[in-house]
Design a protein around this ligand. Structure first.
Ligand code: SF4
Length: 395
């Protein structure tokens, strides 16, 4: 549909090398996934890792929770070429066994709290940092809404689930920095995409230098799981936040590669302005967004209409106006609320909105004329960006 690329300025994060790839800085946003097989089922896990790599996975994470899991992962390492991340679940001391065989160690500050409680968490993190540094591994500080460090939780009101996550992530970052270890990224995951957006935005405001791994936990089955994740990624990546992503989907083991294809599709769509929530790309000029379309589209004319809207509105390029074109009545009515002008397509008519206000519905061959008059009315109330005081002249 749209083949122009949005100009997204990424946050100036530090580079983090994970095996043969790097994330952060100017590196492309990496796509990763996690195995869902039993780690001790070596054949099945190798098969799944190969499947993910063939689908384009940059990093694959494998969980271990026992010495036997760690031994299985050592054998898996011998059989696959993937960049491997190990997920240390409750048993963080397995790090010393597995670190020589993987490229990245993920620990959860909440889980770390519960293991060997008599030890200060700083000592446990110090141990992990030493192991990572000695074995050429990156680290991910993986904060999860369902398992936040109880100490961080106790410092905030029960109704505030975001601040404890941030506090936990920030204090771990400070410790890693103090220890002189910078090869790390952070994740802040929740099952609610709105919370994922807020927590990552607030984190990045304070620490724009730290690479972020984005994800929505327990997103569910496709297509809903993909849609939920897409909303969070659209809002964050369009504003330069996010260096690696994972789309978590509930799918059978032989379809796990769909996490990677979904992730790559979402990244391509965001880069091209094909979004299903109203995204502010931070543009000071006209912002035309259209949904990526899916099986819910009821009239194929939607695709052509989105192109026609882009062509017809070129004359308004110097105005800061957002126009959203959505393909269906399921998400169109709600998702266009934040646009200055919104269109959502039904089987025979296209609905037009000004902000949250509905203006009516017109046949496909009449909607452009109506849109044009609404756009003219908006323009009449604005100064073009290029002629605003201090702005460069239009070429
Ligand atoms: S057709 Fe509807 S559900 Fe599908 S991507 Fe577009 S707005 Fe979303």
């Amino acid at each position: 549909m749209n083949d122009h690329l949005m100009d997204i300025v990424r946050n100036p994060t530090r580079p983090v090398r994970i095996g043969s790839i790097s994330i952060g800085a100017e590196f492309p946003i990496a796509v990763q996934s996690m195995t869902a097989t039993r780690t001790q089922d070596i054949d099945a896990t190798v098969r799944q890792i190969d499947d993910l790599v063939n689908a384009g996975a940059d990093v694959v994470r494998v969980a271990i929770d026992s010495q036997k899991d760690a031994e299985a992962l050592m054998e898996i390492r011998r059989q696959v070429k993937a960049n491997l991340s190990v997920d240390l679940q409750e048993n963080y001391r397995l790090a010393e066994v597995i670190a020589p065989h993987v490229d990245k160690i993920r620990y959860n500050p909440g889980h770390l709290y519960h293991h060997e409680r008599e030890k200060p968490w700083q000592e446990k993190v110090g141990y992990l940092v030493r192991i990572a540094a000695d074995n050429d591994c990156a680290i991910r500080i993986g904060v999860n809404c369902g398992s936040v460090d109880p100490d961080a939780k106790s410092r905030f009101d029960e109704s505030d689930s975001i601040s404890p996550m941030l506090e936990s992530a920030w204090e771990h970052c400070r410790l890693l920095d103090d220890l002189g270890f910078y090869r790390y990224c952070v994740s802040l995951k929740d099952s609610d995409p709105r919370k994922v957006i807020e927590v990552n935005r607030r984190f990045a405001e304070e620490r724009p230098d730290v690479a972020l791994h984005l994800g929505v936990t327990e997103a569910g089955m496709p297509p809903d799981g993909i849609i939920k994740t897409r909303i969070a990624f659209e809002q964050l990546i369009s504003r330069g936040i996010g260096d690696t992503i994972r789309v978590s989907l509930t799918v059978p083991n032989n379809r796990k590669h769909e996490e990677i294809t979904a992730g790559r599709t979402i990244l391509d769509d965001i880069a091209s302005g094909r979004v299903r929530s109203v995204v502010d790309y931070g543009l000071k000029t006209l912002n035309i967004i259209s949904c990526p379309s899916c099986s819910r589209v009821e009239n194929e004319a939607f695709v052509e209409l989105a192109e026609q809207v882009r062509e017809m509105t070129r004359y308004a390029e110097q105005y800061r106006i957002t126009i959203a074109v959505m393909g269906c009545r399921v998400n169109g009515p709600g998702e266009t609320d934040d646009a200055d002008l919104g269109l959502w397509c039904g089987p025979t008519h296209v609905n037009l909105k000004r902000g949250p206000e509905s203006l009516g519905a017109w046949p496909y061959d009449q909607i452009l004329t109506k849109l044009r008059s609404e756009l003219d009315a908006l323009i009449a109330k604005q100064q073009p960006v290029a002629s605003a005081p201090g702005a460069p002249p239009v070429q």
